[in-house]
Design a protein around this ligand. Structure first.
Ligand code: V47
Ligand code: SF4
Length: 385
């Protein structure tokens, strides 16, 4: 199969890239850009699928988690954000107390979730101590629950406000119960784009520094990239290259998550969304370029479950979790997933329909349960209509 992909490439540079992928050699930034410019979906898709199967076979991970979004009030004003309400005019804003958030955690008592994902707007009154108290309260109630919390944007603001270094701040939160860091806030690192879409929050170097420090302290983290708006292909490669370089140094990243820009109700609504073909090419090229990232995730609440299912043939080996409708960030940005809920049975059915092997993982990719031989009840299964 792979040899026919290599020989099918008519362009000699593309053939050279296919050879490199086959021989497990790293592709350069120039080659990454060439893939975006010239690599047809069938070509990059087949190569990415080859890499995916070399790394993971048919295994497709998901996890059982739920989200807490402490607030949608935010001091920043990212142009692509449909979710935040400016601190200055807090109409429609919500601000949850520690008691309210603990109540959300308690709703999962007896439910076998393994992770809580906490992320929200940047509220000036929710400070380092508030969040440390929140983590402590959650751990006290449910010590085994993995807390994946706060983006580098939230950390940058809360640490600067508390006048502590990144290292001091992270250590403080680790002591309170923090277990890992999600990948949000990365957007596009290159200043040429960042200044146009999210000028006032932490810059690319600051984002990378926070993840580097977290890795040095023994935490794992994820990385995202917001694509499909005003960026050019080379900005995507620049972004992925910075992540790939940091990963060479720390090996602390687990998963790369390309996030498709959604254009509803934000200041970039005039920009058309990327096509499904472009989305699949994005995933495939990410799989080929990010050779030191063990996992590639499609976040189904944002992409839609049918397209997420398709990504499993284009390099993706993880489709996140059975999250319930506690996350608003994508429904507010125009995702077709207005109430993003999938039961474990539906997720398993979705993965099996794509002829892959569903495996429940915890946040650190330890296997919780292999669902290969579990028969999914038809009426609970995933409908492809
Ligand atoms: O950083 C905001 C994105 C991110 C829009 O680490 C938008 O496991 C598309 O990072 N269109 C936050 N995207 C969410 C996030 C995440 C999600 C799931 C799993 C993990 C993980 C991390 O949401 C933001 C931003 O890039 N976002 N607005 C929009 N209109
Ligand atoms: Fe605030 Fe995050 Fe929205 Fe930017 S993307 S405005 S930092 S909530």
């Amino acid at each position: 199969m792979i040899s026919s992909i290599i020989t099918s490439a008519t362009d000699s540079s593309l053939k050279r890239i296919a050879d490199k992928v086959y021989n497990n050699e790293r592709i350069t930034e120039e080659e990454g850009i060439l893939l975006f410019e010239k690599g047809e979906l069938s070509f990059v898709g087949a190569l990415a699928n080859y890499v995916r199967e070399r790394l993971h076979g048919d295994t497709t991970y998901f996890n059982r988690n739920f989200h807490i979004e402490p607030t949608n009030v935010c001091v920043f004003s990212c142009n692509f954000c449909s979710y935040s309400r400016l601190y200055a005019k807090r109409e429609d804003g919500w601000e949850l107390s520690i008691e309210q958030m603990l109540h959300m955690v308690k709703k999962y008592d007896g439910v076998p979730v393994t992770e809580v994902h906490i992320v929200g707007g940047v509220h000036p009154k929710m400070d380092l101590k508030f969040f440390a108290d929140l983590l402590k309260a959650i751990k006290e109630h449910r010590p085994d629950l993995h807390i994946k919390a706060f983006t580098a944007v939230e950390y940058d603001y809360m640490f600067r406000k508390a006048k502590v270094s990144v290292e001091e701040g992270l250590k403080f939160l680790i002591d309170a119960g923090l277990n890992s860091i999600p990948g949000g806030g990365a957007e596009i690192f290159h200043p040429e784009i960042r200044e146009q879409i999210c000028a006032d929050k932490v810059d690319g170097d600051g984002w990378l520094k926070i993840h580097e420090t977290a890795h040095q302290l023994g935490l794992h983290s994820n990385a995202t990239m917001l694509y499909g708006h005003i960026e050019k292909f080379w900005h995507r490669i620049d972004h992925m290259s910075r992540l790939r370089n940091l990963q060479d140094a720390t090996k602390g990243f687990q998963t790369f998550i390309p996030l498709k820009f959604r254009n509803q109700d934000n200041d970039m609504s005039h920009i058309a969304e990327s096509t499904v073909v472009e989305d699949m090419r994005m995933y495939a090229i990410a799989r080929l370029f990010m050779d030191n990232f063990p996992h590639l995730k499609a976040y189904w609440p944002m992409l839609g479950r049918h397209n997420a299912q398709m990504t499993l043939s284009f390099g993706v080996n993880d489709i996140d979790g059975t999250i319930d409708d506690t996350t608003k960030i994508y429904s507010m940005a125009g995702s077709e997933e207005q109430t993003p809920t999938m039961t474990t049975e539906q997720l398993v059915a979705l993965i099996k329909q794509a002829k892959r092997k569903p495996v429940e993982r915890d946040t650190l990719y330890n296997v919780v349960k292999d669902y290969s031989d579990v028969t999914v009840a038809e009426e609970a299964g995933f409908s492809s209509n």
